[in-house]
Ligand binder design. Structure first.
Ligand code: ADP
Ligand code: MG
Length: 242
């Protein structure tokens, strides 16, 4: 297999001879399609730890993911996939672009939760698309879209329940999916405070990349706190199951 490297905004993905991918988590933070950029020493390690725990948790709940294991402090091994250029966003409360598009109040409840699709194209600003656009662009079959929607919703619901156990409100999140060389559809990329919105249920404190987007506070402190909450939730879950 020819070795390929993909340098993204937050990660570097290098294909391995055995068909896997090594995903190196950088310390870079970007927002507003790369307009804002900064580095936070240790962010890559934190995001790799949070992603690792969440993919393992989801795998345990029957969600197929690309995750294979850990390589080093800031590198995870995954199945190499062809990323489907659709970002599936699940929203439990209004934030970000949904508020701008609809005029709904910030953090108004979405009941039932909604699933949106965005076309993963930085040069177009990742526009919102619907099933007809997906068909027009040939991004996925109708069956795949159906699977992406239901899997995104199922995975997000599992994560929302998990975080709720440690006093964290999962407001919204973004998933990417890919096709493995064997043709299997799997959850890919990362699940971290870069790709989710988290609020402390008790204090309303922001614990995600909005800290950087809107200069709301110390990003690393927020990510560290989120990881601590997550570890508590995972420990509680273990207690409940045993
Ligand atoms: P971006 O700047 O597009 O957000 P990132 O830095 O987040 O990129 O990640 C690098 C790229 O790696 C993304 O395009 C992502 O879709 C892709 N990717 C994630 N997981 C895999 C995988 N298992 N195999 C191949 N590519 C992947
Ligand atoms: Mg990304």
């Amino acid at each position: 297999m020819k070795r390929a490297t993909y340098e993204g905004k937050a990660k570097r993905v290098v294909s391995q001879p055995d068909g896997s991918a090594h995903i190196y988590y950088k310390d870079d933070a970007t927002a507003f399609n790369g307009v804002r950029h900064a580095e936070f020493e240790g962010k890559g390690t934190l995001n790799s730890q949070i992603t690792e725990r969440l993919f393992e948790y989801l795998a345990g709940r029957g969600i197929p993911t690309h995750h294979l294991g850990r390589v080093d402090e800031r590198t995870l091994a995954a199945k190499w996939v062809d990323i489907i250029p659709i970002e599936a966003v699940v929203r439990y409360k209004v934030a970000g672009s949904l508020g701008k598009r609809t005029g709904l109040d910030h953090l108004a409840v979405c009941d039932p939760p909604i699933v949106e699709m965005y076309y993963k194209r930085d040069d177009l600003g990742d526009p919102l698309i619907n099933d007809d656009h997906v068909r027009l662009l040939g991004l996925a079959t109708p069956d795949e879209v159906e699977w992406i929607r239901s899997t995104a919703r199922g995975a997000a619901d599992a994560l929302r329940d998990l975080f709720f156990r440690s006093g964290i409100d999962l407001v919204d999140l973004k998933f990417e999916f890919g096709r493995t060389v064997d043709g299997e559809l799997v959850l890919a990329d990362e699940v971290s405070p870069d790709t989710c919105r988290f609020r402390d249920l008790a204090t309303g404190e922001i614990l995600d990349k909005d800290l950087f987007r809107f200069d709301e506070g110390d990003l690393l402190a927020g990510y560290r706190k989120l990881l601590a909450h997550l570890d508590r939730a995972l420990a509680n879950g273990a207690d409940v199951q045993s």
